[in-house]
Design a protein around this ligand. Structure first.
Ligand SMILES: C[S@@+](CC[C@H](N)C(=O)[O-])C[C@H]1O[C@@H](n2cnc3c(N)ncnc32)[C@H](O)[C@@H]1O
Length: 243
């Protein structure tokens, strides 16, 4: 899944463009929850930033729900940015695409926008504990009162029993979605053959999810309030806080 520097590589981008919907538990439900948590009304003008937008499903959910918002969709992968640009064509006038390195120090200072809301799905778990804390601190400083950080991501189980439960639940979700999406187990077989379920096939050099309670603590320490987990299925949590 990764290159020699343990970074996301373009073969993973293509796999996730093709199978991301099938591999993500309840993506439509997650999209609905994420947009429901955004502190804005449907016709308000504001800027949202999608950190590691991938093929753009979360940016798309924002653009659909908020008719006057502008979305800056950031990703490190040219293939993902191209796919997002294509998928978000109906909202092209309100969407902007930029390449960034989530692990790099520069992008936040260079953003140059008043941002109401940072959102992110399935990317922050690539940061280690201290990188996550630094990111939360930087975003809290950057957000105005009334802003929010909303994250949908994998979290580290508290023990081995929970790890196995998450692994089984994720398999079950993908199996069911495979049936629903295409009437057979093709998506599920790809999920198994790619060893995508990190609760069963951990790759600690690349995937470094952190414990959810710890992350909620780091969010509070960074200055967020009303911090909580708002949704969780199969180790995939929606959590964040408000400024
Ligand atoms: C599992 S995909 C998730 C994409 C999308 N947010 C979604 O939920 O479908 C992970 C994304 O993170 C991006 N990514 C991984 N590491 C990155 C980094 N250091 N800087 C920028 N993007 C990164 C990849 O290019 C990829 O688009």
């Amino acid at each position: 899944m990764t290159d020699s520097a343990n970074r996301w590589e373009e073969s993973a981008s293509q796999l996730f463009i093709d199978f991301g919907e099938a591999f993500t538990p309840s993506r439509a439900e997650q999209a609905e929850m994420m947009v429901s948590l955004v502190p804005a009304s449907g016709d308000e003008e504001f800027v949202a930033v999608d950190l590691a937008c991938g093929a753009g499903w979360l940016s798309g959910a924002m653009l659909r729900r908020f008719q006057s918002c502008r979305v800056i969709a950031l990703d490190g992968s040219p293939a993902m940015l191209e796919e997002a640009r294509t998928n978000l064509q109906p909202w092209a006038q309100r969407a902007e695409f930029r390449q960034f390195d989530l692990k790099g120090p520069a992008w936040l200072a260079e953003l140059g926008e008043q941002v109401r809301c940072f959102v992110s799905s399935l990317a922050i778990h690539h940061l280690d504990d201290s990188e996550k804390q630094a990111l939360f601190g930087g975003l809290a400083e950057r957000l105005p009162p009334g802003g929010a950080l909303l994250i949908a991501d994998l979290v580290e189980p508290v023990n081995e029993r929970v790890r196995q439960a998450y692994a089984r639940a994720w398999d079950a979700a993908v199996r069911e979605q495979s049936h629903r999406r295409r009437g057979d187990l093709g998506d599920f077989e790809e999920f198994r053959s790619q060893e995508w379920n990190l609760y069963e096939f951990p790759d600690p050099d690349f995937d470094t999810p952190s414990n959810l309670s710890e992350q909620l603590k780091w969010l509070r320490e960074a200055g967020f309030r009303e911090v909580d987990c708002f949704w969780l299925r199969a180790g995939h949590a929606i959590y964040g806080g408000f400024i």
